[in-house]
Structure formats: C-alpha cells, structure tokens
Design a protein around this ligand. Structure first.
Ligand code: ZN
Length: 416
C-alpha cells in the first residue's frame, strides 16, 4: 500500500505548474468516480460527486443524496500556484556567446534559491485557435548561474540580485535566434508553434524524504500543493451526511488572488449558487445555506527555524511534525475567529491528530492567504490553518512527514 507521504511526493512531482495541479487533482477525482461538469453545461442535474475546472482553478464536491436547497457547505480551500520564474512571451535573448531565456518573476520568490539549480519547464501552451496543450519538459534545460566568489569578494556579506539582470537563465550557447524557443517547446509538446503560453521554470529534483530519522520532506511548491493534496485526499475519502463537502483550489494567491480563478474572483460563489439552484432553491436558500456553512482555508505556516528562533513569538512557535497550525491574527490577516479555531480544534481531536497555534510577532508583518478573501466575499465562517514548514517561497522547501497526513485527516473530519 502506498504510504501517504509517497502519495504526496507523487502529487508534487506530477504538478510542476498550477495547470498540472488541476490535472493531477482532476485525474485523481475521476479515478475515484467524480464526474466532471463544464461551466457552460446545464447544471440542473448535478452529479453527487463532481468537479469543475477553470484554467488553474478547480472546485470539487461530494454531496449526500437528496439534500435540501438550503443545506450547508463544508468547504476546504487552498491555492495551486507557487512563486517561480515564468517565461516571457519573447524569451529568446542572450549575450557574449550565451543563449538565454527572458523570465519574469511570479510572486515573492527567494531570489537566491533559484541560483545553480537544474531547471525544467512546464505549463500551458495556447494555440492560435485558443486551444491549450499541457507541457512538462521534465529534465534539466536551464540554469541561473551564480557568479564565482572570486569575481565578487563581498558576496558572502551581501548578495544583491537584480531581478531583471541577474535571474536570466542560460539554456545553451550560440547566437540568440528569435522564435527559437517557441519552435523548441512546440517540438517538445508535439504540437504546432503556440501563439502564447503560461510557462514556469521549476527545479527538476524530485521530492525527497530527508533526515537520518526520515522525518522531513523536501520539495518545490510545498506551499501550497501540500494543502491541495490534503484537500483532495480528504474529499475523496469523505462520507458527508447532511452537508455538501467541497474543495476550492484557487490560482493566483501568490499575486493577490484578484483574477477569474483567484479567491477574489467568482469561481466558488458561482458553483455554490448553482448547487442551490440545481436543488430547486432560490437566492434566499443560498443565503441561508451560506450562513450555516464553514470553510477551512489551508496554506502552509512558518515553522520555528533553529537558526532564527527570534523570528517567532515565544509562545506561538509551530514545530514540524506537531500537527497543523491554526493561524490567528487579530488584525484579520487571517480569517480565524475563536469560534472557527475551536471548530478546527474539535476536528483535530476527533481525527486523533495534534494541532498548534501560530500568531506572528508584533514587530513582524503577518502574511495573508485566501481565507480572509473567501470569508469577506461570502460571509462564511472561516479558519486559516496550515502545515508548518521552513524555507517558504524557496525553490525547494522543507516540512515534516507527519503533518500532511494529519491535515488530511482533520479535513476529512470537517467534511463528515
Ligand atoms: Zn501559500
């Protein structure tokens, strides 16, 4: 039998871009009997177990039969995107005998973590007719080479990287040749030369269990594919009784969530409304349903760092392999209230997994996530939680091996 952590590794390795996360989740749902519907389908006869995809976003549900129109939803949310380098539309560049790719920074990457890594390329190609082709070149193609210490004696005191000048990868030698990249990626994907694309560079090193005691997991994109995995795993295993269990995996969290498939967009709200309509309900039923619904927003938390323990509040230092952290911020950077925190505490207790509490230091800015956006848009009671990790937004992050299955177990309880 596959161990949960090996299943998560397979999920991570199969998902080098948000579009691949959606495909990985969709494949798993379909294999478990969930039926895909399209946004332009007639939804008057919705499958009990179904899902809808939209670019880098996906919503999936499991409903008990014969729900009332105003029955509540038990939601879990996460995001499919991760900070990375993206290939620009006219990428063929180079100088001094090197062929390079022009890249754009997506989200808040740790610049130095992208240096000297073997980078593959993955994402979505868009043809002239608007059709899409998924592509994953899963081998070393590019590298952002670091400057030798001999040529910058001060580098160990202060590494300064200009994102326009110093993060452009090499992918070969010779003259730059306009159109070369488009021709090359078309050959790799086995399709016509695309008109445009959404392509990311990614570290091709697979996810790996780490530590003499095998207690840690290293991989790219743990933030937040780990939570996508846990949400999908929990939904597939859920047995809801009097509410619809639903997961929403949004794109574009790392750049503020304002997009058609981001948490600030209409994706979730439309699916919720169409569920109520398909059960014969009206707007009043939707509003009653929302007032009784709840949402667990799952996004990784900062574990206490052994070399920087001063960056955490002394009483709120999540540790890896001590359970998911409930994230609290009284300035509403997180949506958690005392009521929703207690709700998640009950879920952890009945799942038999530990939990922790995270509050950032008063003199440290607090991050945010999709929870407050979903809560504000829909007025649903929401708790922000997340698995503690180190190296957040590095090209290669680190978490514990016990926490991802613990999160999945807690989510499964909230669905049931
Ligand atoms: Zn995140």
């Amino acid at each position: 039998m596959t161990q949960p952590i090996d299943d998560l590794r397979a999920f991570l390795d199969a998902s080098p871009s948000p579009f691949h996360v959606v495909k990985t989740v969709a494949d798993r749902l379909a294999a478990a009997g969930f039926v895909q519907v399209a946004t332009d389908d007639d939804w008057s006869e919705l499958p009990d177990d179904g899902f809808v995809t939209s670019d880098g976003g996906v919503v999936a549900w499991r409903s008990p039969a014969d729900l009332r129109p105003d029955s509540p939803f038990r939601l879990a949310g996460a995001h499919t995107d991760s900070p990375c380098l993206r290939i620009k539309p006219r990428p063929d560049s180079g100088t001094a005998g090197w062929r390079q790719l022009s890249v754009e920074v997506y989200g808040g990457i740790l610049n130095n973590s992208w240096l000297d890594r073997d980078l593959g390329i993955a994402g979505r190609l868009t043809m002239r007719d608007g059709s899409h082709v998924l592509v994953d070149v899963d081998r070393p193609i590019a590298r952002v080479p670091q400057l030798a210490v001999h040529l910058d004696r001060g580098v160990n005191d202060s590494l300064k990287l200009d994102t326009q000048q110093h993060l452009q990868p090499v992918w070969g030698i010779g003259r730059r040749s306009p159109g070369e990249f488009a021709e090359w990626i078309a050959t790799e994907a086995g399709c016509d030369v695309p008109a445009f694309w959404d392509l990311s560079l990614y570290d091709v090193q697979p996810a790996a269990v780490l530590g003499a005691d095998r207690s840690l997991l290293a991989s790219g994109r743990l933030d937040n594919q780990l939570s996508c995995w846990a949400a999908a795993d929990a939904l597939i295993a859920a047995a809801p009784t009097n509410a619809t269990a639903m997961i929403v995996l949004n794109d574009h969290e790392e750049v503020g969530s304002s997009s058609t498939t981001g948490a600030g967009g209409p994706l979730l709200e439309r699916v919720l409304e169409r569920h109520v309509l398909s059960r014969g309900g009206a707007r009043a039923d939707l509003l009653r349903s929302l007032s009784a619904s709840s949402c667990v927003s799952a996004d990784n938390a900062h574990a206490v760092h052994p070399n920087y323990t001063d960056r955490h509040d002394p009483e709120h230092q999540p540790m890896v392999n001590a359970g998911p952290a409930i994230k609290i911020n009284s300035n509403q950077r997180y949506a958690t209230s005392s009521s929703t925190a207690a709700m998640f505490q009950r879920a952890c207790e009945s799942a038999g997994v530990p939990f922790q509490v995270f509050v950032s230091r008063n003199n440290m800015p607090c991050g945010t996530t999709i929870g407050p956006i979903t809560a504000t848009r829909l007025g649903i009671d929401t708790v922000d939680v997340g698995v503690p990790q180190l190296s957040m937004h590095s090209a290669r992050e680190l978490c514990g091996t016990d926490d991802p299955p613990a999160l999945a177990a807690a989510l499964r309880v909230t669905f049931s």
